[in-house]
Design a protein around this ligand. Structure first.
Ligand code: MOS
Length: 732
């Protein structure tokens, strides 16, 4: 089904199942430990052995020799595969780093060997017997030191984008020079690590030349192609299965060393092999959110109209890596006739920087929304009012292009009202509660709404059960549930008549879980397949499909009412379709909006920061399941609080690695750090986003929330910290 025009009425709009707060159908399996994660797939294939991955101990250079004799002779060892005996393997989709093969070391803890043994302990013990000779080379590890040599990155909109990588609208420099009120400030955000509960893990088994990987991956379609490319085997000979994923956040968008080395270890040992990346390897072997240096300039009239806005960001990465797109929201969030955005990329020999929840917007809004707070203060304007005054209903860089829906102002006003914003003292450092300095802060939230082609297959059996199969993943987001809700609504059955099967590359290729596009796109694919199944049912029953009503387990037409299962009495009916969205983005800018409000207390003696209250108001189209959507938003708010206050990979700039590579040294918020969080969704239906009329919401919650925390800390203390996270040493 090609979807590129505004959606009229359709069966989803009945909202008998869709749009209702529904418990996650996988919730009981996950919370009782009966949902098998990749490393626990003990029963899928017998005789599994264990692989232990060895990472390089240098950040850059060459491996001269790997001495494996002692390891091979150790108890239980079945095989050792080293990078030197393996040709450099191709890279998978969207990755800059090579995962294995050859002698070149691009970054610390790049995989250089896998040891396979009967038990995990034997594999680990033997791995410590491997000796490696390196030829180390000098590397570049310090973003601040390399920023001067950073290269411009061409912008993504051709218009106004010169070879210098700067995107311009109007005359920024002229307007900024002429503006009566201006801000010019530079901020930094830290490298952040993925810290999902389930590490990257894979069980690999060969049957002849056919490879099956039971793995933990967000994007089965990409992973399927990547494994074939990396290992140089046809796609038809590869199967990936990833039904349960214990968190992804962008770190599992890609095939990583666990999958590749499980496959190589299995081939070498002649046994199925399971590999999990240890916590230290997640920090330095996989991908992370890159640090940024960002400069924001804003010029405004005395009454707070922005006339000039510029946002420039520098980040670092490996040679073929991408920049952190931290300026993207600044192209779209506020009005202003004169604009400039630019990104620069420095070469760093650190582990690969890549996607982490709301890549771009999360660190970008951390900065832009603090700059907006600083500017509001200069203008003596309430920060909510300043944002409302600079709302735009059209894309500021593309004349005439409207947002499909945009109610940022509604989010700001409702949030201010519900949070009690009027009680905030605009003068910092005035509010006290015992030994706590108390402050309130707010920020706008913005995240793009991408749509991706997505396929599904649906089958009806004679008991009226509807089975959905798609390679969509559920990374803790609630995909199982919203897909079941969609199929139930379309086929007129209750949720318990729907079976959802996900994450298998044998199923139709879906959007996958990424960029907050999965929920809207994957349910739209299921919608498309259900439209076809409804037609097949009507045809089988001799009913005109246009008149057919699917409700309460029946198909009704005129005065006829047939139990749905009867259509499959002669055998199951099945239908498959893929929804595509070609052209939609060209007509409308699609984005999601929100407003964050935060109250903090800062201990007047120790500068300890405690978050006391948080509220998010979100406008993200139709909310398919308010319960799982709320969980996504509070998860984002928690993660953004981490970015504001504690998350920071410590770069050892001499040895070239992330030193705090475990959950003792890399701090993330825990329950005691987070108060009760409130989330309000505006009652909104996006008329053009998809047949579901929904948008993404999984990343919106993290966007802007860190700035709201930082602005609250400023309001509490009067100390403006521009280097994040705001650890207490920066407040003393
Ligand atoms: Mo998301 S960072 O695209 O999983």
């Amino acid at each position: 089904m090609k979807f590129d025009t505004p959606a009229g009425q359709n069966p989803i709009d009945q909202l008998k199942v869709v749009g209702r707060a529904t418990d996650r159908i996988d919730g009981k399996y996950k919370t009782t430990g009966t949902a098998p994660y990749a490393y626990e797939r003990h029963d899928v294939v017998p005789n599994q052995a264990y692989g232990y991955v060895l990472g390089a101990a240098i950040p850059k250079g060459r491996v001269r020799a790997i001495h494996v004799e002692a390891a091979k002779a150790a108890p239980g060892v079945l095989a050792v595969v080293t990078t030197l005996e393996t040709p450099r393997l191709e890279r998978g989709t969207m990755n800059a780093a090579y995962l294995f093969g050859g002698d070149a070391i691009q970054h610390y803890h790049q995989a250089i060997a896998v040891v396979v043994a009967e038990t995990f302990e034997q594999a680990r013990a033997a791995a410590f017997l491997v000796r490696v000779d390196y030829a180390a080379e000098a590397g570049r590890f310090d973003l601040a030191a390399e920023a001067g040599a950073a290269k411009p990155v061409p912008g993504d909109s051709g218009e106004g984008s010169g070879g210098d990588g700067i995107e311009r609208v109007g005359d920024f420099e002229g307007a900024f020079a002429a503006a009566p009120v201006t801000l010019d400030a530079t901020y930094t955000t830290a490298d952040e690590s993925h810290a999902m509960m389930e590490p990257h893990a894979t069980v690999a088994a060969w049957e002849g030349d056919t490879l099956t990987l039971w793995t933990s991956n967000q994007m089965i379609g990409w992973g399927h192609g990547s494994i074939a490319k990396i290992l140089g085997i046809p796609k038809e000979k590869v199967r990936l299965d990833s039904p349960y994923v214990g968190g992804g956040f962008g770190g599992k968008l890609f095939v990583r060393a666990d999958a590749v080395l499980a496959a190589l270890g299995a081939k070498a040992s002649g046994r199925p092999v399971k590999v999990a990346l240890t916590r230290p390897l997640i920090a330095n072997n996989t991908t992370h959110r890159p640090a940024t240096i960002q400069r924001v300039r804003i010029g405004a009239t005395q009454d707070g109209q922005i006339t000039a806005i510029a946002h420039e960001s520098t980040s670092g990465n490996l040679a073929d890596g991408s920049p952190e797109t931290a300026v993207n929201q600044t192209k779209l969030l506020y009005a202003g006739a004169n604009r400039l955005t630019a990104m620069k990329l420095a070469h760093l020999d650190l582990p690969e920087g890549n996607a982490m929840r709301a890549p771009g917007e999360a660190p970008g809004l951390m900065v832009l929304e603090v700059a907006m707070d600083e500017m509001a203060e200069k203008l003596r304007l309430d920060p909510v009012e300043f944002r409302i005054r600079n709302d735009t209903q059209t894309d500021p860089k593309t004349p005439g292009r409207r947002f499909s829906q945009r109610d940022l102002v509604g989010c700001l006003r409702l949030g201010a009202d519900k949070f009690g914003w009027s009680r905030r003292n605009p003068t910092p450092g005035q509010a006290r509660d015992g030994s706590w300095l108390v402050g309130m802060g707010m920020a706008a939230a913005f995240r793009n709404n991408l749509v991706m082609k997505s396929g599904a297959r649906v089958r009806l059996d004679d008991r009226g059960t509807v089975t959905v199969e798609t390679d969509m993943t559920d990374i803790g987001t609630g995909s199982y549930t919203i897909i079941a809700q969609t199929a139930a609504e379309m086929m007129g059955v209750t949720l318990d008549r729907v079976v959802v099967r996900l994450g298998d590359s044998a199923f139709p290729v879906s959007a996958g879980s990424g960029g907050q596009f999965g929920g809207n796109s994957a349910t739209s694919g299921v919608y498309a397949a259900c439209v076809k199944l409804r037609e097949a049912v009507a045809q089988r029953l001799g009913i005109n499909s246009v008149d057919a009503v699917f409700a309460e387990g029946e198909v009704r037409s005129g005065n006829r009412a047939v139990p749905l299962g009867e259509a499959a009495a002669q055998g199951p009916l099945s239908a498959e379709d893929t929804i595509t969205f070609a052209g939609l983005d060209k007509t409308y800018q699609q984005s999601t909006f929100g407003a964050h409000f935060v109250e903090v207390g800062v201990d007047v003696d120790t500068a300890e920061v405690r978050v006391r209250r948080m509220l998010a108001v979100c406008a993200a189209g139709r909310i398919l399941n308010p319960k799982s959507a709320r969980s996504q938003v509070i998860g984002g708010m928690t993660m953004g609080t981490g970015a504001a206050l504690m998350e920071e990979l410590a770069v050892d700039t001499r040895r070239g690695f992330f030193a705090n590579h475990d959950l003792a040294g890399y701090e993330v918020p825990v329950h005691a750090d987070i108060p009760h969080q409130e989330v309000i969704f505006l009652d909104e239906v996006d008329p053009v986003s998809s047949p579901m009329k929904a948008k993404g919401v999984g990343e919106l919650g993290i966007c802007g929330v860190g700035a709201a925390v930082a602005n609250a800390v400023y309001n509490a203390t009067g100390v403006r910290v521009r280097d994040y996270p705001i650890t207490l040493d920066k407040l003393l």
